[in-house]
Design a protein around this ligand. Structure first.
Ligand code: PMP
Length: 392
């Protein structure tokens, strides 16, 4: 059987159109984008074009695009940049970072690490059983913080695909006098997203989640929001002084082409992929007893399904369904396997979390692959259930 890749949320395959553009930028592009000579100017023009495409994808200003090495760095820049004190302190109180309980580690761990240094306070906004932020609890939390607050809440969750009420969150944050950073890494290219219309001040995205290159991404911000950040890297002052370092022109060109394709093809792709995902889930539920869906199925990405095969260890299922690739949210933490913090924050038991598998589809997933994957997953779950019963 052929390999079947259902792990797009971890990293999507690079679109051949993007790969061609990257290869061309690497072979034809010469010079540093900061150089004043014609070679440098050509590189800078290629970067400018990419800036336009990335800005269009998220509904932000091209001048507000800060290229980074991915969403991890973009998230770190947003949080650390906000919490780093300016050399001319005018603040009366330490800043506060508010993050949701289901953020990616590049947000949650950054907030923890910054709070550990004593530079800022960190608070966590809870989520509902459906997996989205509890907006009343968030509003209550913000009443208790000062105005000097950055709220960082993702648009769509990587493990469950559940969507947050981004516009409502932005309004609550602004009413409290705070700034709103939205990690839209899993959202952009999959659902419409317009940071200006939604009221986001800062937005993170990543190339390899939109069929672009890995290791390149961006933080996009309004002029005011970017002005409120302090750099976390110092050097030549590239990217508005916020991200020094010679620009990765080929990677940036690839991100630009990936963003352009995502903007043009998002709605058609969402429809096609959503139909395949629904077909996949329906078939598994029809063929297997005791399959639960985690997260609110009425508000989630079209490509993602997080399924609990009750009584079945997710890692055992993953091993037995090879060469179909998906993932479990469990992770090794200080030597012990821990259940997905996203699922447990939603109120699932440790046991339920250990039994949950994330399937994520995308641009190159075919109906034939879905039919084959259903058969393989059904066989794997039946086998693991049988082994579990015999061992008991
Ligand atoms: N945020 C979210 C929601 C993600 O899913 C990921 C990647 N898993 C990241 C941030 C980090 O992105 P990158 O791999 O580009 O650092």
């Amino acid at each position: 059987m052929n390999e079947i890749y259902l792990d797009y949320n971890a990293s999507a395959p690079c679109d051949p159109r993007v790969a061609d553009a990257v290869a061309k930028a690497m072979t034809d592009g010469l010079g540093n984008a900061s150089s004043a000579h014609r070679f440098g100017r050509r590189q800078a023009a290629a970067v400018s074009e990419a800036r336009e495409h990335v800005a269009r994808l998220v509904g932000g200003p091209p001048s507000g695009v800060v290229f980074t090495a991915g969403a991890t760095e973009a998230n770190n820049l947003a949080l650390s940049g906000f919490a780093t004190p300016s050399p001319t302190p005018q603040r009366d109180a330490a800043p506060t970072l508010v993050v949701s309980a289901v953020e990616h580690a590049s947000v949650s761990r950054t907030a923890e690490a910054l709070a550990d240094t004593g530079r800022c306070n960190s608070r966590t906004a809870p989520v509902t059983l459906g997996g989205f932020v509890d907006v009343d609890a968030l509003a209550g939390l913000l009443e208790a913080t000062g105005h000097h607050v950055l709220v960082s809440i993702m648009a769509a969750n990587s493990e469950t695909g559940v969507l947050n009420p981004v516009e409502e969150i932005a309004q609550i944050v602004h009413r409290a006098g705070g700034m709103f950073h939205c990690d839209a890494t899993q959202m952009v290219g999959r659902r419409p997203f317009d940071m200006a219309a939604l009221g986001c001040d800062l937005v993170s995205l990543s190339g390899h989640k939109i069929c672009g290159p890995t290791g390149v991404g961006a933080l996009v911000g309004t002029r005011e929001a970017l002005a409120a950040l302090r750099p976390t890297l110092w050097g030549g002052g590239h990217e508005r002084g916020l991200r020094s370092g010679s620009l990765n022109v080929a990677g940036i060109v690839g991100l630009g082409v990936a963003a352009e394709i995502a903007t043009l093809e998002q709605s058609r792709e969402a429809e096609r992929v959503g139909a395949l995902r629904d077909q996949f889930v329906r078939a598994l539920i029809d063929d297997l007893p005791a399959v639960d869906q985690n997260g609110d199925t009425e508000r989630r990405l079209p490509n993602t399904a997080n399924l609990r095969f009750v009584g079945t260890d997710a890692d055992a299922v993953l091993v037995n369904m090879d060469p179909v690739a998906a993932s479990a949210g469990s992770a090794c933490s200080t030597g012990a396997i821990e259940p997905s913090p996203v699922l447990t924050a939603m109120g699932l038991s440790r046991e339920a979390a250990f039994e949950s598998v994330r399937f994520s589809l995308g641009r190159f997933t075919t109906a034939g692959e879905i039919a084959d994957a259903v058969r393989t997953v059904v066989t794997a779950v039946r086998y693991v259930r049988l082994m579990t019963t015999e061992a008991a």
